[in-house]
Design a protein around this ligand. Structure first.
Ligand SMILES: Nc1nc2c(c(=O)[nH]1)N[C@H]1C(S)=C(S)[C@@H](COP(=O)(O)O)O[C@H]1N2
Ligand SMILES: [Mo]
Length: 321
């Protein structure tokens, strides 16, 4: 079985709250002060102090997590596609550092009964945050396994009550020339836009993602909020979302607009449908590079066929690639 189902009794992946960390550090400082340690160490300056621990997210384990070994945090945060910050894999880690992610709002609008603007703190508190270890497959032929943190997008969709006209969901991401040097390039039209059919958006695997490896999302991975759709090529998982629109017609997505013969709207991972310029039959798992590395066979729907194949029953997946 490709999707490992954890028992409900398994311990949550992370039970450390930000409050717990701060309380611990305060206790340590108090103890140090009481023992005269601070006084005895007058050269202790901020520069010598260990970097503050990033606030951990309180997450619970999910039955949808893969049992495969996660790709290392270093690879996950240094080998990225985020064209707003440049087209080299190393550009986002360097250039997204200065991205301002607070305050941040996501406008949810269009064909809904209750349009709403969510602040990022509201989103963090909207639903229980789960750790979801997902296989991810880039259309370029590489893959990773990433422990995301978030909750099903359906939790948010429910709260805005789509009307009967809502057939698709469009995701619009930040396009700020002042912060994003990649916007000077014409590789894509900005803002980066992606979209899902409503039933895909409502599928329990589709994750509104706020973190990875138990911490808030690093900027290069789409802080402060992105979607993750693990059975589709990575470009369907838009980063740094500012607007979610419910619409009647299939949205024109950035990659579909840029190269319609290469990137269809669906973009389901499918080893039987080659990209016009290369095969999609195998993939290279990042972090396992090396002369002797075996290429892995790419699986239909990236291994999530058991969960999602029924969404496409009766569709010709060569035509709707
Ligand atoms: N806004 C935005 N989102 C984006 C992209 C992008 O260029 N801009 N690249 C996509 C592609 S091609 C991939 S493979 C994934 C990579 O996500 P990761 O860097 O967190 O692994 O993000 C997707 N989301
Ligand atoms: Mo990608």
């Amino acid at each position: 079985m490709l999707v490992h189902r954890r028992r409900a009794t398994d311990p949550p992946a992370s039970e450390i709250t930000p409050q717990a960390i701060y309380a611990d550090r305060r206790r340590l400082m108090e103890r140090a002060a009481a023992g005269g340690l601070l006084a005895a160490a007058p050269v202790l300056r901020a520069a010598d102090a260990p970097p503050p621990a990033a606030p951990r997210l309180r997450t619970r384990a999910s039955a949808f997590s893969s049992s495969e070994k996660s790709t290392g945090l270093r690879e996950v945060t240094s080998y990225n596609n985020f064209y707003e910050f440049g087209t080299d894999k190393s550009d986002p880690a360097r250039h997204a550092r200065a991205l301002t992610t607070r305050p941040w709002t996501v406008a949810v609008e269009g064909e809904v009964h209750r349009p709403r603007v969510f602040g990022i703190e509201e989103l963090l508190a909207l639903a229980p945050i789960e750790e979801r270890i997902y296989r991810m497959r880039c259309v370029e032929g590489w893959s990773m396994v990433i422990p995301w943190a978030g909750f099903p997008l359906a939790e948010l969709v429910r709260r805005v009550e789509p009307t009967g006209n809502a057939k698709y969901v469009e995701f619009v991401t930040l396009a700020d020339r002042a912060q994003m040097p990649g916007l000077r390039s014409g590789v894509l039209q900005w803002p980066y836009v992606e979209g899902l059919r409503l039933d895909e958006a409502m599928h329990p695997l589709t994750l509104l993602t706020l973190g990875l490896y138990g911490e808030l999302l690093p900027n290069q991975n789409g802080a402060p909020v992105r979607v993750v759709v693990p059975w589709k090529y990575g470009f369907k998982s838009g980063k740094s979302i500012v607007r979610i629109r419910f619409v009647e017609k299939q949205p024109l997505t950035s990659w579909n607009r840029a190269a319609p013969q290469e990137y269809g709207f669906y973009s389901n991972v499918n080893p039987e449908v080659s990209h016009p310029r290369w095969s999609q039959a195998t993939e290279r798992r990042i972090g396992e590079d090396g002369f002797l590395q075996r290429k892995r066979p790419t699986l239909m729907f990236n291994g999530y066929a058991g969960e999602v194949a029924s969404l496409y029953a009766g569709m010709d997946l060569r035509r709707f690639f």
